[in-house]
Design a protein around this ligand. Sequence first.
Ligand code: T1G
Length: 703
Amino acid sequence: MSEQALVRFDVEDGIGVITVDNPPVNALSPGVPEGIIAALEHGEADPGVKAMVLMGAGRSFIAGADIRQFGKPRAAPARRTYDVLDQGSKPIVAAIHGFALGGGLENALACHYRIAVPSAKVGLPEVLIGILPGGGGTQRLPRLIGPKAAMEMIVSGRHVAAAEAKTLGIVDEVVEGKDLRKEAVAYARGIAERRPLPRVRDMSERLAEAKADPGMFEAMRKSIARKARNQIAPYHCIAAVEAAVSEPFDEGVKTERRLFAELENSDQARGLRYAFFAEREVSKIPDLPKDAPLPEIKSVAVIGAGTMGGGIAMCFADFGMSVKVLEASAEAMAKGLQRVRDNYATSVKRGSLKQGEMDKRLPRIQAVESYEAIADCDLVIEAVFEEMEVKKQVFERLDAVMKPGALLYTNSSALDIDAIAAVTRRPELVAGTHFFSPANVMKLLEVVVGKKSSPTTIATAMKLGRSIGKIAAWAGNTDGFVANRSRAPMVTESNLMIEEGAAPEDVDKVMVDFGYPMGPFAVGDLAGLDISYASRRRRAAADPNYRKLPIPDRLVELGRKGQKTGAGWYRYEPGDRTPRPDPEVKRVIQEVAKEMGIAQRAFTPEEILRRLLFASVNEACKIVEEGKALRASDVDVMWLHGFGFPRYRGGLMFWADQIGSKAVYDQIETWHQRYGARWRPSNLLRAVAQKGGQLREIKAAGV
Ligand code: T1G
């Protein structure tokens, strides 16, 4: 598109209107800044123009710089829009609808006035992609709303609704009218003669707040220490705002640009940009165009009010949807609803939910007593006991009762979707919707595709997931589906390394230092060791070649089930969840290793990390190779949102690419020689390694 098409300029009754038109979000892609500057110069030169308006076409103002351009060589622009806006002789009004984010808000801050519609949102979310506002935002926002409020917005990257933006002082007026352009032209006419022009760069009164509270910057560093562990961008954001207080504006802008340059091509910024786009790629599924018509979902039901069923019901209530819940008994229902009330009450107590919001959400969860009561629902999610026979009975009943066309989803975490679909007369309307526990917290939703699931059934589940704030990901019907199947080898390796002499606390420390909130053994104690114990026994009974794990088995048989029994891999003081290494565990490890004749040895942190993660990288390649995942980047999204993989490392496969596919393959082949079949390298991994390709780019055939 020509620069002009990306940015339009027209004059209405003495007001120059600059309209950015770069769908879908009016990003500042190449040509857009140039078009804005050309329009500003046009307005400046036209004596008939008394004032100007900057706005966006379509659904938004400007959503920021074009993130796809980062990391690519680009010439520094001769002039930046922020400077041209600043230096103009005529007042400019930013008229905001949709989003004004990043460079979009920075352009608005360089204008003289800002108005917004009530539904508009503004923000400086650059920290979320590992950088910082690089268009003067760290220097202007503190001047407009004070350094403390500015720092909070910039370090959190949060979006601020128009009403709060008005209260903070970011926007001058929230306009209710339906026609923003009309409101903006009228507003511009109202201020056209007002002088001096209110240039944010010249406002320094609010900066004095830092003199009254000089500890604000150190306090911010302390307050983010846990969440921002290992990360650099949040601290650079604080430093940039400090410069706004301690340096003149133009010096502060230079400091901002120096700090920005240190971040743009860092591994963390590259990883976070990759995660941003991978999360958008995951919503695209083959066989179905993005805008294919889908059944409208107006009523939903959940079968089962246990931990998962209650959590799933909360997901719908949290997003304003009523949901019917059916349980086998009144007692189980009462227990389930009480758990929901307790969950909400905990959030209210923590301050993350207002009581009024809780009071609105609870009534949306409606207990029912019969299948007939849900017969007219458009879809139902089954969340009963993880036992095939139980699920089959439920699906037979659902198929018999639910109206024709109703979609039947199962929350099973591993059972065969085809076997469940086969008991119904509508297998094309059956699929898996696998929520991760706790369902109302974890964002990952695996949409598991049965052989007969129709593309519409899958796409409806994906869309439903997004409508309740989930990251919905396509998953093939394989044991453990995609997320858990790709993680299983990591858990196996962690247990086998314990037999070889690694201590649980050593393994956990490696993973926490890597960026996980907790290590796998502490997670096991939290979840309960008896759960995995039961599934290992089921697997051993079904498969004579199944490799048993005697150490965790023996811990459970000793009654050490984790936090709930005060001891598992670690011991726990009463009322204290801090995991403490326990000599009893060391004794069990040595006892089992001796029985198994396994020589004990020391491990380096790097070997522990690579033994764990390479096992899963290999499995992820096999899953994509079998077509059970569409893309390796989908697996990365699952690890970010299902397992707490540190986001600034991009994802499992992105991280592996930092080491290089050939080095990963060579190491796996070495372990294949040493440890045998479980380390057999994926053919796809070998092929990518031979070409020196990127693991994060591999896709299933035909994707
Ligand atoms: N650059 C490039 N593409 C973008 C983009 C961006 N900033 N924002 C969105 N897209 C694409 C996205 O990949 C998707 O593409 C489509 O637009 C719809 O996005 C100088 C340096 C605005 C809240 O971080 O938060 O400014 O998949 O699905 O759910 O200081 O997009 O259709 O091909 O997310 O309605 C700062 C990032 C940049 C905003 C809309 N700005 N975007 O959400 O749509 S750095 C951001 C978002 C910067 C300055 C600095 C969201 C949204 P496709 P979507 P949505």
